[in-house]
Design a protein around this ligand. Structure first.
Ligand SMILES: Nc1ncnc2c1ncn2[C@@H]1O[C@H](COP(=O)(O)OP(=O)(O)O)[C@@H](O)[C@H]1O
Ligand SMILES: [Mg+2]
Length: 326
């Protein structure tokens, strides 16, 4: 049947321990505005909420008409609602330094006289490095655990999925590294006749890293704590994009919270003699709504109208809250 069987509010009530939510979808469909509205709503429920953007290109300051770059700031006069654009450049610089230290230590350990700089450049010059820095930022926030509820405004979703897939890849990689480190270490211990255990910062680092990754994966695949919502417009491309994403997420065991349909033209506001392009658009949206019900059915959580202006500032955001959480 073409109606919502579990609304956003009902979903939240059915998942009272929910703590980490994400909004994914094609660019421009309304992920950031939904994330903003969800954060406001959570704060209104009495939860200390953090809306964090890990995108290198931020849009939260624009959304709230307030500068939220670099540190969490209360937004919309909602005292429990904080927004925060993370400085990715800064994180990347810090990660580079950290890696440089590790590589230097390793070179010394291996009696190599090569300078670390070349290694660092090649290790950090690829796009995956920026993504992993963003991922680290995100899990840092999660582990610090200073808020009751987190909304992440993630990069356009191909990255979001990769970001999460990465925690699995990381684990595998670290597993391998650890194994070869352990072998090397026991060999050294065998060769040096003493039984004394050597300090091994690289091993410690890998162990610590592995712990962090498996902890992150544990949180992100826990369907009581985490939910990914997907935003689409009633148009073919955005629908195709989230259909693909949702299947990937199921494959990865990442909890899918449901689908938010955005940008519906209110039919009762369209006069019969409206311009043809408007009438055509309404008809097109109706067709795509059929498709949405067919594909996502019980996973549709909310249907949001196309507003007369963009969604920006406290007043519009509060209006959106009322539609997202009817
Ligand atoms: N229901 C809506 N009605 C009117 N404008 C909207 C609506 N939803 C989103 N917008 C506007 O569309 C643009 C894109 O939304 P945004 O949340 O930034 O998308 P995304 O984060 O997915 O790229 C913004 O200017 C936003 O204000
Ligand atoms: Mg956005």
């Amino acid at each position: 049947m073409n109606q919502i069987t579990e609304s956003m509010t009902q979903f939240m009530n059915n998942h009272p321990n929910l703590k980490y939510i994400f909004f994914g979808g094609k660019g421009g469909v309304g992920k950031t505005v939904m994330a903003g509205a969800a954060a406001l709503w959570a704060a209104k429920q009495g939860k200390k909420t953090l809306l964090a953007s890990t995108n290198p290109v931020h849009s939260l300051s624009n959304l709230f008409e307030q500068n939220v770059f670099g540190k969490p700031v209360v937004v919309c006069n909602e005292k429990l609602c904080y927004a925060f654009e993370i400085d990715t450049k800064d994180t990347i610089e810090r990660s580079k330094l950290e890696i440089k230290e590790k590589i230097n230590w390793f070179l010394k350990f291996a009696d190599l006289t090569t300078k670390a700089d070349d290694f660092v450049e090649s290790a950090t010059m690829n796009p995956a490095f920026e993504e992993s820095a963003m991922f680290e930022n995100m899990i840092d926030l999660m582990f610090k655990d200073e808020y009751d509820f987190y909304v992440f405004d993630t990069a356009p979703t191909a990255n979001a999925r990769r970001l999460l897939g990465m925690s699995k890849v990381y684990s595998l990689w670290v597993e391998k590294m650890l194994k070869s480190r352990e072998e090397a270490k026991s060999l050294r211990e065998l060769l040096s006749y003493t039984k004394k255990k050597e300090a091994d910062p690289l091993m410690d680092y890998l162990l610590n890293f592995k712990d962090r990754m498996s902890k992150a994966q544990g949180l992100l695949t826990n369907n009581e704590l985490t939910a990914f919502f997907f935003v689409t417009l009633p148009e073919s491309l955005p629908i195709a994009v989230i259909t693909r994403f949702i299947n990937w997420f199921y494959d990865f065991g990442i909890p899918v919270g449901g689908v938010v349909v955005n940008g519906i033209i209110q039919k009762n506001q369209v006069a019969e003699n409206a311009p043809e392009f408007v009438l055509n658009r309404v008809a097109m949206q109706e067709e795509h709504m059929e498709e949405i019900w067919k594909i996502f059915g019980n996973n549709v959580r909310a249907i949001i109208p196309l507003f007369e202006t963009e969604v920006k500032g406290a007043k519009m955001l509060n209006r959106l809250v009322d539609y997202l959480f009817v």
